[in-house]
Design a protein around this ligand. Structure first.
Ligand SMILES: C[S@@+](CC[C@H](N)C(=O)[O-])C[C@H]1O[C@@H](n2cnc3c(N)ncnc32)[C@H](O)[C@@H]1O
Length: 296
């Protein structure tokens, strides 16, 4: 549960004390971006899912872009979208109704193997878990649970360990240079505290080894560049500013007073320094996906 046991000298955020993420709060932002992700997830589904998939699951699904990509490209597959957060399940149901796509939903945590097995319902040919395992109380154990849901010969694919997109020049003329690098570092410290609050330990090795330890074989990694040159415009610019605002909000407790002030100016739509008016934002990130197969 969310405790209050961690200590930070000198940093007091405006409102939060627990490092555990509140994903319900993120649902509208995930929803707003979901349609823009459709093509990327269709590409992943085509590249990663083995032939002849009958049962597929998207675990820690959020807006369930992968579940929809699977259901819309693999016509004979039953697809279930699973999340621990009821707000995400509601969101997926709305999207399924809007799209007329038959994606089943189920509430379960990656920390709970019995609930996961009940949610998926049958040995799975393909399981996707995107950016969720690093939030598990015990990531290796959660990976073991997912591996246990696979049919012999089934594939597990996890989206982990990439580089979240960066958007800003090194120096903005507001605050000290390196503002975005310090925001990333703040996120790392929050994740470390989240793990400690949950009584867990962060995974002390890479995802390829974690997949092997889960009893899987043929571990592979695929990296895809997610890039757009400056100037970002329209929806790309809006998404960049919203993504930065969300991180500043989530990691505020771990930022210095000076950086928080700089971010407040940059995110103030009515002020002279608003990021949404700049012509020098770009997007540069790397998506990493690791796959492995359950031996027959
Ligand atoms: C960063 S979002 C990723 C969403 C989506 N998979 C993607 O890659 O865009 C993390 C998601 O995992 C869910 N989540 C967090 N902890 C979880 C847990 N222990 N079990 C299952 N889902 C969890 C959150 O509710 C949220 O929807």
């Amino acid at each position: 549960m969310a405790g209050h046991g961690h200590h930070h000298s000198g940093h007091h955020g405006p409102h939060e004390h627990s490092a555990v993420f509140d994903f319900a709060e993120a649902a509208p932002r995930l929803r707003a971006h979901a349609d823009a992700e459709t093509d990327r997830y269709r590409r992943y589904a085509a590249a990663l899912a083995p032939p002849g998939v009958r049962v597929a699951a998207d675990i820690g699904c959020g807006a369930a872009s992968m579940a929809f990509a699977l259901a819309e490209t693999l016509h004979d597959a039953q697809v279930v979208a699973v999340d621990a957060e009821p707000a995400m399940i509601d969101l997926v149901r709305e999207r399924a109704a809007e799209r007329g796509t038959p994606v089943r939903t189920a509430l379960a945590s990656v920390d709970d193997p019995a609930a996961l097995a009940a949610a998926v319902g049958a040995p799975a040919d393909f399981i996707w878990a995107g950016h969720v395992l690093h939030h598990a109380a015990d990531p290796q154990q959660a990976l073991d649970h997912l591996a246990g849901l696979l049919a012999p010969g089934g594939t597990l694919a996890i989206g982990e360990g990439g580089t979240a997109a960066q958007y800003l020049p090194w120096h903005l003329g507001v605050g000290r240079p390196g503002l975005e690098l310090r925001l990333i570092e703040a996120g790392s410290r929050r994740l470390e505290d989240e793990s400690a609050e949950r009584g867990g330990t962060p995974l002390p090795y890479g995802w390829n080894l974690a997949l092997e330890r889960a009893g899987l074989r043929e571990a592979r990694s695929v990296h895809e560049l997610d890039a757009a040159p400056a100037p970002l415009t329209g929806g790309d610019l809006e998404h960049a500013v919203n993504a930065l605002a969300a991180k500043v909000d989530w990691f505020a407790h771990y930022l210095s007073e000076e950086d928080r002030t700089a971010w407040a100016e940059l995110l103030d739509e009515a002020g002279p320094h608003w990021l949404g008016r700049r012509r020098d934002l770009h997007r540069l990130g790397v998506d990493a996906v690791h796959t492995a197969v359950r031996p027959r």
